[in-house]
Design a binder for this molecule. Structure first.
Ligand code: OGA
Ligand code: MN
Length: 285
């Protein structure tokens, strides 16, 4: 019997405070042997880029499964398959409107009882202009905050609402639209979350509506000020796509957004999401 050689994860950091590029072959990635190393590196770097790995849908689902599972999507298109991210209503009739929220800094699934641990996109068709995806590391950003600021944020709680996030792109909804958005629920989450290894990060983004118990103006200054800081140059990585690239991000410690592009230009990304995330709060189920 041949002895199984241990496959090592090969990577290079992208920036000091965010990102790594993975250099292993597709076969090595699909073997599952690297899963623990990939999950650990994802937690450390926030965003992992797999340049032109050219996963088919089936391979992307299999790869996601090796890392902890292709979770059920928030809006189901095809059970157990990839989710098609497109702003074109003829492609994505039901969800194209919500997906317009992806043009603003956000975390996926803040309304979910259980956080999405990671999301993964593969580029199928590029936008001729725009359509980069930007990522920000809210853990390294938090770590760099002054200590008195950290103390001020401790214990603050934020109401997240999907309906609030929709105002970014649709400021004058019909009453029916608004009621539909509001039917999707709200969630109250800590502003600063701690994972089991003790790492803290900020829960921000377009669903972060207000901080409980604070005056609206103070609340907005804190939320927007932190978003501005966390998405500033040292913590931010802008991915310029090539067809076949896959990018995965730690959805609990990252913000992300697409840069503007024509909704009807044909841009198409295929998404899988990974379950197994720690709860937002240690005492939550
Ligand atoms: C997403 C998302 C950004 C993009 O799929 O969750 O935010 O660049 N996508 O399409
Ligand atoms: Mn998203």
């Amino acid at each position: 019997m041949a002895t199984a050689a241990t496959t090592r994860l090969r990577f290079e950091p992208i920036k000091d405070k965010i990102g790594a590029r993975i250099l292993n072959t597709k076969e090595e990635l699909l073997s599952g042997e690297l899963a623990d190393q990939i999950n650990a590196l994802l937690e450390e770097r926030g965003v992992l880029v797999f340049p032109q790995v050219n996963f088919t849908d089936d391979e992307q689902v299999r790869f996601s499964d090796t890392l902890g599972g292709n979770a059920d999507e928030i809006s189901k298109q095809d059970a157990n398959k990839v989710f098609k991210v497109s702003l074109d209503e003829s492609v994505n009739q039901d969800v194209a409107e919500y997906l317009k929220g992806s043009l603003y800094w956000h975390i996926d699934g803040t309304m979910n009882a259980q956080p999405i641990r990671a999301s993964m996109l593969t580029a199928k068709v590029l936008a001729p202009e725009g359509g980069d995806t930007e990522f920000a590391n809210t853990a390294t950003a938090y770590a760099d905050l002054p200590e008195d600021e950290k103390a001020r944020l401790e214990g603050l709680r934020v109401v997240h609402s999907l309906w609030c996030s929709q105002f970014y792109h649709t400021p004058e909804p019909t009453l029916k639209q608004l009621e539909n958005w509001q039917s999707k629920g709200e969630a109250e989450l800590p502003l600063v979350v701690t994972n089991s290894s003790g790492k803290k990060s900020l829960v921000l983004g377009n669903t972060a509506h207000y901080i409980k118990g604070l005056d609206m103006k103070d609340s907005q200054r804190i939320l927007h000020g932190l978003r501005e800081f966390a998405t500033s140059e040292p913590y931010m990585y802008a991915h310029k796509w090539q067809v076949g690239d896959t990018v995965m991000w730690d959805n609990r410690t990252s913000l992300h957004r697409a840069t503007p592009y024509d909704p009807n230009c044909g841009r198409m990304m295929h998404r899988t999401i990974i379950r197994g995330g720690e709860a937002w709060e240690a005492n939550a189920r």
